[in-house]
Structures are given as C-alpha cells and as structure tokens.
Design a protein around this ligand. Structure first.
Ligand SMILES: [Zn+2]
Length: 634
C-alpha cells in the first residue's frame, strides 16, 4: 500500500505542545565570598571563604564535601596513576602509528614534579556557628562531618581558610604554561561538591569533568601590582590603586554561575569591546608580534560578529561579560570565560559555545559528557561554517592568503557529507569500527581508554544531534535546541530531560533513540537487498543488518531525471517527521523495528530506474555506506 503525500501536505503539531515553563526540580544554591592573596615569588595562595549554602533538597545533610582539585598534581595521586595506566595501552592512530592512550599533555609529568612544582590545597578549618567541623581528607575530596545536620529547606554559613600551592601547569590550571602565561587559575579554590537528586557527586579528580552548585561569586584577589588579572564576572574596582606593599586588589562578581576562573600575567595585553549595553567582550593575550596581535583582534571581531547567530540558534547569552583568556593548555570552558592556548577560531567558537552547553545548561559532565562536549562540538561546526562562509571574507584582521585558504576549504567542505557535521560523523564512524567503543552512558572517568571517552563525548555526542535532525527533521531539531535552552537554563538537565523536550517539540516518541544511541553501542547498517520488477513498478527490498533500527529515507532517481523520496517511519516513533526539501515525498507504512527486511514499491517500472540510495542526506550514521546505493545498469 502506498500513501502518496506531497511534501506541502504534511503538517505536525509541534511548538504548540511545548511549554516554555522552567523545569521543576530542586537544586542547591550557594554564595561564595572568597578573599585570596597570591605571592608571585612563592606561588602560594592564602585565602578565606565564606560559603552560604541553601539546602533546597528534601534531605537532611549530615556531611558536606569540597573539591580540592590541585591535590591531584602530586606524584602517585589518582590522576597520576590513572594517566600512567592509560599510557600502557597502545592504540593505532589514523596515520597507522602506535601511540600511547594517555593525554599527551599529562603523560607521566605529574610523577616528575618537584616539591616546589606540585600543587596542593589545604583547608585549615571550617567553622559553622563558630564551631570547628571534623574534616576527613580523601586526596581531592574533603569530607566535612557536620556537628549539626543541615535540615531540608534551610541555610547554613560556613567559613574556611585555605592555603594552596599553584602547580606547574600540567592540565588546565597551573603556573608558567607552554605559552608563558604565569597563572591559569582554574579549580583553584575549595569548591563545594554538588548534591542533587542522585546524591553527592564526589568524583575524585583524575583529569576531567566538572559539576558545581549554582550561585553567586564575590571574589577578591590580591597580588603584585605588575600583574593584570582576567576573570569570571565583572570587575568591581577597575580604578583601585596598589597599596604601599605594591599589591593590587581585584574584586570580581558573577551571578547565576557554577564556577569561577581567573588568570594573571605581567605581560597581558587587553582588548575589550562593549558590544551592547549589557555585554562586554574581552580578549587577554601575551604580546608577541604583529601577526599574533591581528589574530587575537580577529577573535574579538569574530566573537562579536557571530554572537547574534549563536543566540538565534541556541538561545540568548545572559551574562554581562565574556573573556577569551590566553592560558591553560588547549581550550577549557568556564563561567563567562575560557582559557585558550591560542587564537584559533575553531577553539574560540567551541569554548564560547560551552557557555551554553556546560555553563547555562549545567549538565553533570561526569555522567553526560556528550551533552556538553557533543552538543558544543555540534554547535562549533555550525558556527564555524557560518563564519567561514558568510563572515571571514570581510574580516579586517586576516590576510588575503588566509581568506583564500578559507574559501578553498569551503569548496572542499561542499564535497563532504553530511555537510557541516562531516568531521563529527567521521569521528563517530571510526569509533564504531574501532572495537573500543563503550556506551555513551559510561561515567567519564571510567572509560577503558581515553580514545573511547573522547570520541564518544565529542563526535558521537555531536552525531546524536545530526541523527536527531534526521529522525525529526533539522528544522524541528533546531526548535528542540531552543526549547531545551528555555526549559533548562540555569539548571542541571540530564539525558532524559533533553529527550523529553525533543519528544514534546516533535510529537515523536524518542526513548528508543536514547536507549540505542546513548545506552548501547549498537550500530546502524541498512542495505539494499533486492529489486524485483512488477508490471508497472519495481519492488525494493531493504535489509536491516545493524542492530539499531531507524526510520528510512530512500531516494529513487528515474532515467527521466525525476526523483521521489520514499519515507518509511519506524514503528517506535509513533509518528512521521516533517517533510524536508523539495523532493516529492511518499510516506509508506511504518516499519516494525523487529522486521529484518522491508519492501516497498516505486511509482514507475524497473526499466525506468536510474539509481536507488538509502539516506541521500547522509545524516544517518550508517556504518557501511557501500551497501546503501545501487546504480541500475541500462
Ligand atoms: Zn569542549
């Protein structure tokens, strides 16, 4: 049976079903007042914190916990041990070389740190109501046994003092990185562990993934007056003069965030632009030469130019400030700021998009790394493509040679499918064929290999959104991203929360997509199986080889040049996606997911057929494309 429906005749009730109301789920709240002074000759910080903690949960808390991340930068720490263990696994890279699986930035460098190069964070005491609390140290997690439990719906004020040594920069934070930035100050203060509906998230720090309590930061830093400080939040005292000891005080405030980063250097150059009444963009970098000057100027220029597009696609940027700060060891996202090694725009867009997928939508990165890295990688590809095709040519800061290179790359990109997301799909397909893949639901710290973690988090996570566009339609997927933002901004969404928004927006059942794509390593492979001639039609048989089912789009091209797109919804969806493109769409009865084969008829006889292709848009991450297309011989 065939249902012939033109693309214009298919409508779905979508956005009408979606409420933009904020999601209801309790979450803890915190206000930090931190005062810290850094001695730039000894690299020692002495600080104090006042923490006002609101227990909005329904539970009585007998303990609380703090992260002491820098204790990881000591020989034989969990982070050091883990890195050296991963280093024993040898993998074959794309060039065919054998490479160790450890992070090339970490390797065994922690083991070789000298006493003055290690990091540490020591909490002297924690007081509540003047009473000292019992502290139990677990390397990077500090357990606080409370003298008095914190009742549900109540607030407590803790005061603590801490001393820390800034480690030689190994990973993200630290002093004197490869680019010569003196201080990259992330994970630098005793930070409270988040308590949520799944309990305390007390992950020992072994190199990756963060999660924090929503709230406000009032941070006062004091250090040598020759240093410029860049940070999360808005500087409150730009005109403050140094004191008699030659120390300068910097006070920053930020709200509705869950982390705070700062960096300091005595040779930072600062570019700044107020791009609208409530938003200033900053760039801080080490002066080198004219070409680095123009590359960093281009960061500011491109950031301003791309912001309206990013907001239209992914939701409003809600903070008064954002800073691109040279520091760290690659690119790493923080509230209202990033630490980046250099001015490469791919990383610039990636890290800025993290302010959506990590900061504003504060997923638990340990449990759902693909919801921040994957979504960010997906957005990075879209924003980079928009910049390269519509903006780069007009930049006053890049040379004619660079522009010619971008244009050449644009031409090359047009041959790579699926357009824009080709890099992410290729990364996923390599993972799926590697034999090393683990379910995307694996805890970030507990993957067997770095390779499987990073490919799952970045490329398989990005491919998820490409596949979602294939299943519900790209335009509906784009609406999902905005509804997701509006429903879950300033909260901690999980995988199911995202799927629910996608279901409500599309009117299509999507639990199967989560179960297969996120919780399993099953793969998609459909094949053209057989073609039989009928009196006036051809009967096409498609075989499901892969264990993961999917809806199908099959493009039939006739010798007269006409085309028709045969759409076969999956029974698990209980609905059809919107029509996409201008090709006439023929909707067939749904395919049951249990069916190993599916047959349908073309509208013209076999003799008039030129070719048949499963998934002509290439958005289906089919692990074997060689069996997707058939050219019919004359
Ligand atoms: Zn990232």
């Amino acid at each position: 049976m065939l249902n012939k429906v033109s693309s214009l005749a298919v409508f779905f009730l979508m956005s009408a079903l979606v409420s933009n109301a904020q999601a209801e789920r309790w979450q803890q709240h915190i206000n930090y007042t931190i005062k810290a002074s850094l001695d730039v000759s000894t690299n020692i910080i002495n600080g104090s914190e006042e923490v006002v903690y609101d227990n909005n949960s329904t539970d009585t808390l007998k303990k609380v916990y703090f992260h002491l991340y820098w204790n990881a930068f000591q020989p034989n720490s969990a982070m050091d041990t883990r890195s050296r263990e991963l280093g024993k696994t040898m993998l074959t890279n794309r060039k065919g070389d054998q490479v160790a699986d450890w992070d090339a930035r970490v390797k065994d460098r922690i083991l070789n740190l000298k006493p003055e190069e290690i990091g540490f964070q020591k909490v002297g005491y924690i007081l509540i109501g003047g009473k000292q609390q019992k502290l139990v140290q677990h390397e990077t997690i500090l357990e606080v046994q409370l003298t008095q439990p914190i009742a549900p719906k109540s607030s407590v004020t803790m005061t603590l003092v801490f001393q820390a040594q800034v480690p030689q920069q190994i990973r993200r934070s630290g002093r004197d990185n490869a680019e010569g930035v003196r201080y990259s100050m992330s994970q630098w203060y005793p930070k409270m562990v988040e308590y949520d509906y799944q309990g305390w998230n007390t992950n020992p720090y072994i190199a990756r993934e963060f999660y924090g309590v929503w709230g406000g930061y009032d941070v006062t830093l004091q250090l040598d007056k020759s240093y410029m400080v860049a940070a999360t939040g808005v500087l409150q005292n730009p005109n403050e003069a140094p004191n008699a000891q030659g120390l300068k005080t910097w006070n920053f405030k930020g709200n509705n965030i869950h982390d705070f980063v700062w960096a300091a250097d005595n040779h930072y150059k600062h570019l700044s632009k107020q791009v609208r009444p409530n938003l200033t963009l900053n760039v801080y970098y080490k002066e080198k030469n004219a070409s680095t000057d123009s590359a960093w100027s281009n960061v500011l220029w491109a950031a301003e130019k791309m912001l309206p597009f990013m907001e239209k696609k992914f939701g409003a940027y809600p903070y008064p400030q954002y800073s691109f700060i040279q520091g760290g060891d690659g690119g790493m996202e923080y509230a209202m700021a990033t630490l980046i090694k250099g001015p490469g725009l791919g990383t610039v867009f990636h890290e800025w998009m993290h302010n959506w997928y990590q900061q504003i939508l504060g997923t638990n990165e340990s449990l759902f790394p693909w919801m921040d890295e994957g979504f960010t990688s997906f957005a990075e590809a879209i924003v980079s493509n928009q910049y390269n095709t519509n903006f780069a040519a007009t930049s006053p800061f890049i040379s004619e040679r660079e522009k010619a290179q971008i244009l050449a790359n644009n031409e090359k990109a047009k041959t790579q499918l699926p357009l824009v997301q080709a890099g992410n799909y290729m990364g996923y397909l390599a993972l799926a064929k590697s034999g090393l893949e683990e379910p995307m639901s694996t805890h970030s710290d507990h993957y067997n290999t770095n390779y499987a973690y990073s490919s799952a988090a970045y490329t398989k996570g990005a491919t998820f959104l490409g596949l979602l566009g294939y299943v519900i339609g790209d335009s509906v997927r784009d609406k999902v991203m905005l509804n997701y933002y509006n429903t879950w901004k300033f909260k901690h969404p999980n995988a199911n929360d995202f799927i629910r928004v996608a279901e409500k927006t599309s009117g299509i059942q999507l639990e199967w997509l989560k179960e297969y794509w996120v919780n399993s390593t099953k793969t998609i492979d459909y094949a053209l199986n057989d073609i039989q001639a009928g009196p006036n039609t051809a009967t096409i048989s498609i075989q499901r080889i892969g264990k993961m089912p999917a809806p199908l789009e099959v493009l039939v091209t006739y010798k007269d040049g006409s085309t028709e797109l045969h759409y076969i919804p999956l029974d698990l969806m209980l609905g059809n996606k919107v029509a996409e493109g201008k090709t006439t769409r023929i909707i067939h009865p749904e395919c049951k997911w249990v069916q190993p084969t599916y047959t349908f008829e073309t509208t013209k006889p076999l003799s008039s057929l030129k070719s048949i292709e499963i998934d002509p848009s290439y958005r289906l991450p089919d692990i074997n494309r060689t069996n997707n297309k058939l050219e019919i011989p004359n």
